[in-house]
Design a protein around this ligand. Structure first.
Ligand SMILES: Cc1cc2nc3c(=O)[nH]c(=O)nc-3n(C[C@H](O)[C@H](O)[C@H](O)COP(=O)(O)OP(=O)(O)OC[C@H]3O[C@@H](n4cnc5c(N)ncnc54)[C@H](O)[C@@H]3O)c2cc1C
Length: 416
């Protein structure tokens, strides 16, 4: 067997140190990744700092910006719902461009290289909203909603979390009562990404257990109040309130039915889909932070030498690269498992547990390497990624909850 000599080997660089995209992604998957990278460079990176600061011009508010971004992501990348195998049946076979799980994941990684809030927009639209309608909806619901959601013409949100605690959705207070010809919904949801959406997937307790409903924007009794937050500022989250909110019969997602005690299965399946994308996205945030810190360390001269020439700085940069590239390998492995139909929610929990926490530590160390300007909105991105990642650690199953999921899997004992 011919063995390459050292001179012929390519020196690894900070972007994809292990050549893992090269070896593990197919040519089609690389094309999706490259399109996402181009889109991010042309449309997101030049504007993201201003959007994060709150300067949304020419958009008047977060909703307008989000709607614009959704149309652009759909138009440039055909990303929404792209891994749903039979989506073509609803959006038209000629129009639908399916993606493998790894292609979708790589696109999410590239988008979060720019910003978590924008990756979050795509996760909620694709994996929470469209997946719920696709997996649990009637034919009529799928025909009505999936095509405009795929095209980014309409937006969907996903209401599970309630004020008394998102980690314990079994303690759900929102109720749907059967009425002649429909349902009445009462309760509230908090921290719902894109709560202004055209349709909300809302989970509520019914006499048969927890079930999903489609609630259209503007339904009497349904109000939305936006939250102000210091992280993921380029996206919106809202509290949704339902007061004697009358829903038609056809609003129930009919396949969200499960045996007693199993009624969280449907919402948790949707969350698994979204968490898959999060595991990839965290790599993007970490990678953007490391690349920025390396660039700065090479440029900044202190004590007559570039910072990059200091051992203490190199050690930090290498720690960051190591954790980022390891997280990327974990994401690629999830993609393979998903493609093979072997991805268990325990795999996703361990990957989120690792990738997000490591991305936070990476962003923190990069902030340590960067100068004081990292605390402004205008210069540097690592501080913004650090802020955003704090939310990622809390949402979609908080870090501690994922440790309990994996702990139960390996010990057989529940410690919730
Ligand atoms: C920007 C943003 C967007 C969001 N988008 C959505 C959305 O679109 N849809 C949606 O439904 N929700 C959404 N959420 C809500 C999110 O999923 C919840 O915040 C999350 O589930 C945690 O719930 P909580 O905030 O009520 O915290 P709690 O559940 O009250 O938990 C508080 C803390 O206690 C820890 N904890 C809980 N149980 C245990 C335990 N057994 N052992 C040890 N520690 C424990 C948790 O890890 C957490 O750190 C979003 C949140 C944010 C911030």
């Amino acid at each position: 067997m011919a063995v390459a000599t050292a001179e012929k080997l390519e020196t690894p660089t900070s972007r994809d140190f292990y050549f893992s995209d090269e070896l593990w992604l197919s040519e089609d998957e690389k094309l999706v990744r490259d399109s996402a990278r181009q889109f991010v460079a042309a449309e997101l990176l030049p504007r993201i700092r201003a959007w994060d600061e709150g300067n949304l011009a020419p958009f008047a508010k977060g909703e307008e910006l989000t709607r614009h971004l959704a149309k652009r992501i759909a138009g440039a990348l055909n990303l929404f719902g792209a891994t749903l195998p039979e989506l073509g049946k609803y959006v038209g076979e000629a129009e639908f461009i399916p993606m493998t799980p790894s292609a979708y994941g790589a696109a999410m990684r590239e988008i979060e290289y720019a910003d978590t809030a924008i990756r979050s927009l795509a996760s909620v639209q694709s994996s929470l909203g469209m997946y719920a309608i696709y997996a649990y909806g009637s034919e009529e619901q799928k025909k009505k909603w999936l095509p405009p959601l795929y095209r980014g013409e309409k937006l969907v949100c996903f209401g599970l979390t309630e004020p008394q605690g998102g980690s314990d959705p079994g303690n759900m207070k929102t109720r749907a009562e059967k009425t002649p010809g429909g349902w009445t919904l009462d309760g509230s949801k908090v921290w719902i990404t894109n709560g202004f959406a055209d349709v909300a997937v809302v989970w509520a307790r019914t006499p048969e257990g927890i079930r999903g409903f489609l609630v259209e924007k503007g339904t009497p009794g349904f109000t939305v109040r936006h939250e102000v937050k210091w992280a993921m500022r380029a996206g919106t989250a809202s509290a949704l309130t339902f007061t004697n909110c009358r829903l038609p019969e056809g609003s129930l997602l009919p396949k969200t039915v499960a045996a007693p005690g199993q009624d969280l299965k449907s919402p948790l399946r949707c969350l698994s889909e979204a968490r898959y994308g999060i595991c990839w996205g965290a790599v993007g945030s970490a990678r953007a932070s490391v690349e920025e810190a390396i660039r700065f360390a090479k440029d900044r001269v202190l004590f007559d030498k570039p910072l990059a020439a200091k051992q203490a700085v190199q050690e930090k940069l290498v720690w960051c690269l190591n954790e980022t590239e390891n997280a990327n390998l974990v994401a690629l492995q999830l993609g393979r498992l998903k493609q093979l139909g072997k991805l268990h929610f325990g795999h996703i929990s361990l990957a989120k547990y690792n990738n997000v926490d490591k991305a936070i530590q990476v962003a923190q160390r990069c902030v340590d390497v960067l100068p004081a300007d990292v605390f402004t909105f205008e210069a540097y991105d690592a501080g913004r990624h650090l802020r955003n990642l704090q939310i990622v650690k809390k949402y979609e199953g908080a870090h501690e909850i994922h440790s309990l999921v994996v702990g139960r899997a390996i010990t057989g004992v529940s410690a919730f």
